[in-house]
Write a protein that binds this ligand. Sequence first.
Ligand SMILES: *Cc1c(COP(=O)(O)O)cnc(C)c1O
Length: 377
Amino acid sequence: MKFATRLVHFDASPDDPYQPMATPIYQTATFEQDAADSFGRYDYSRSGNPTRRVLEDQVAALEGGSRGFAFASGMAAITAVARLLKTGDEILADWDLYGGTTRLFAKVLNRSGITVRYVDAADANVLDAAITPATRLIFVESPTNPLLRVLDLAAIAAVAKQHGILFCVDNSTMSPYLQNPLALGATIALHSATKFLCGHSDVTGGMVVVNDDALAQEIHFVQNAEGNALAPFDSFLLLRGLKTLKLRMDAQQSNAEKIAQFLAKHPKVNAVHYPGLASHPGYGVQTRQARGGGAVVGFTVGSQALAKQIAEQTKLFKIAVSFGSVTSTISIPYAMSHASVPVEDRAARGIPQDLLRLSIGAEDVDDLIEDLSSQLG
Ligand SMILES: *Cc1c(COP(=O)(O)O)cnc(C)c1O
């Protein structure tokens, strides 16, 4: 079956005698056991819950993995992956990462003696040369957030495989509709489900998908032991949002392409970062490994004051962190989503202070362009 069909045709309620079309919300903490010394299919919702399991199986199927795990947020999902490491292990990460990920790496993982080094993963040779015997995990996003650089995931996967180390791709900016990291050789595909999987700004969630039974067992062990799995109601909302992933993405991506073209031609815009533009340096790789440029667009306007003015005066673009919603948003990463990047890292990264990031929604594109146009002058 094709992707659009798979989004709406799946077993919404395994073993349910009433065959509901929508997955019921199993709002229960515990499940009665048949006997004192044997567990049934489910016993306690921290360990497993039927609503969550349908979501986990569906996202795993869409990502081409064997097992998925749903967490309370994208950060909880990243934390679970980090738990695969122990004291003395090292993460090698691309330098352009979501601010909260950098914060977790620098200020939480350091407490357990896990170190993180940043490299420019756009060059697989640089990455290869940076690997040490302590390196246990390569962690990247592509396209990266907020600069929308494109990394060659198959090339990085080859390096990881050669060294026998884990390779996790944060696929939040693409969703499984546009890019499948496991098929490109990654060992772990990860999502902030808060973004495109949800699509409606009404849930925070995170997903980890793997294709290896031993790895799946380890992640499940962590999910159960630490108790940060997604709640049944939030799992239901995500399942509901997910059904329209293709419809939303097609509309939002098509809007984003038109907006990127509009911005690229505008005299007040200095640079446009959108991997769906043929002028983007990563366009070739993006075209090979993904099915479009997505719906996040970055652009610079020359001064932080002008960026602030545009962000504050657009009417349809709401000033908000996050992305992926059907409602368009605008943000200044330097001051918002990436304010949590430790200052010492922020300077080295060169996130421009005049960078605006748009998450393009499902509105009529003419209205969106008019809104931007009236503020850009
Ligand atoms: C938002 C985001 C996260 C964190 O996800 P939350 O659901 O906010 O915890 C991680 N990675 C990327 C790329 C993100 O955009």
